[in-house]
Design a protein around this ligand. Structure first.
Ligand SMILES: Nc1ncnc2c1ncn2[C@@H]1O[C@H](COP(=O)(O)OP(=O)(O)O)[C@@H](O)[C@H]1O
Ligand SMILES: [Mg+2]
Length: 340
């Protein structure tokens, strides 16, 4: 059952008393299953926890309390994660920007590198990326230092972004003729981190790279530059189909270009607890990747999809929404795990 993944998150998400829909209101007194029912909402939710909506409400309530003022532990060294999946629309960009925001709000220094020519991550972070702005195109193709293109995110402290502009769509072709074409981003990040350290600025804790929906040279650059891969998987029927190809490519890269690369994290996105399909997909993924799959799943949430049109992450757009809370819980989980 997919709910098992979430039961660790909050007191009210476990097995509630078996109440039918109509009986649930009258079952409020059945507080025995509510281990920490310290508010009427939690007690209510526990009594009606059979319903996915109530389960989600109770989980949000518990999460809000758990995550309040939470400061995340910094990793020993800068963690570089590439968020990849050659399928489009699986939640790569949403995951990149919202996890980054959650990590930054947890007190960590975070850089997002946008290597998708569509520049969706740059948009969601409120970063200027019209055609004249210096971007990852200049870094990858013209060897411009990354420090010259990095911009601070306007409404979240400790969060920066190296934006993508539409120019980057040409980079895929221009890179083909270049020396060490797969290593351009790796070199740029290494130089950036070294200069950053020399400047005496606070160390960056996380670098998250948002990829285009393909396995072309931009994605290859991102996979060569990172130590870890984070794969968002949308909880739908074909979820696992493209994964074999992605994993095969990652194996090839590990063999030839980046021996350290590991798929450290899998995140289930757009999870809809009301559908059996979503829980089946989640179960399947957990069975195949028990170590990598985060306990936290990201729910389907209108707030997550609305936020980018305001140039915001869901964490600033609606910080108490279930989507924001889920990304904060995922960030906490990520920060507690080390790459293996
Ligand atoms: N958890 C979610 N709930 C609802 N909509 C989502 C969620 N995650 C992403 N979306 C929406 O789905 C679409 C694809 O997501 P996106 O993060 O851009 O995927 P990708 O970068 O893999 O193409 C976007 O319109 C986005 O706003
Ligand atoms: Mg995207």
């Amino acid at each position: 059952m997919a709910a098992r993944a979430e039961s660790a998150q909050g007191p009210a998400t476990g097995e509630g008393p078996a109440t039918g829909e109509g009986a649930s209101r009258g079952a409020r007194g059945a507080g025995r299953s509510s281990r920490a029912a310290s508010s009427p909402l939690a007690a209510d939710a526990a009594a009606m926890s059979d319903s996915p909506i109530m389960k989600a409400l109770a989980q949000d309530h518990a999460r809000r309390r758990e995550l309040e003022g939470l400061v995340l532990d910094a990793p020993e060294t800068t963690r570089i994660l590439t968020v990849a999946n050659q399928k489009g629309g699986v939640g790569k960009t949403s995951t990149t920007v919202n996890l980054a925001a959650a990590l930054a709000m947890g007190g960590l220094n975070v850089l997002v590198i946008d290597v998708d020519p569509q520049g969706n991550a740059s948009t969601a972070l409120g970063i200027d990326h019209h055609a004249e702005v210096a971007s990852m195109y200049e870094v990858l193709v013209e060897s411009r230092p990354m420090a010259e293109v990095v911009q601070p995110c306007p409404d979240i402290e400790r969060l920066w972004c190296a934006p993508a502009t539409i120019d980057l769509s040409g980079a895929e072709i221009e890179l083909v003729a270049m020396v060490a074409r797969e290593n351009r981003l790796r070199g740029a990040i290494r130089d950036f981190l070294a200069d950053h350290a020399k400047s005496g600025a606070e160390r960056l804790d996380y670098v998250l790279i948002d990829c285009p929906p393909s396995l072309g040279l931009l994605t290859v650059n991102a996979l060569v530059a990172a130590r870890e891969v984070l794969i968002p998987i949308q909880c739908e029927y074909y979820a696992l189909e493209g994964l074999t190809l992605l994993l095969k490519n990652i194996d090839l890269l590990r063999a030839h270009l980046n021996p350290e690369l590991v798929v450290s994290t899998i995140l289930l996105t757009m999870y809809d607890g009301r559908t059996r399909l979503a829980s089946q997909v989640a179960e399947d993924v957990r069975e195949h990747f028990p170590e990598q799959t985060l306990e936290t799943t990201i729910p389907r949430s209108v707030r997550i999809s609305e936020a980018p049109s305001y140039g915001q992450t869901v964490l600033s757009y609606d910080p108490t929404s279930s989507g924001a809370l889920a990304y904060r819980a995922a960030a906490r989980e990520l920060s507690l795990r080390t790459a293996h």
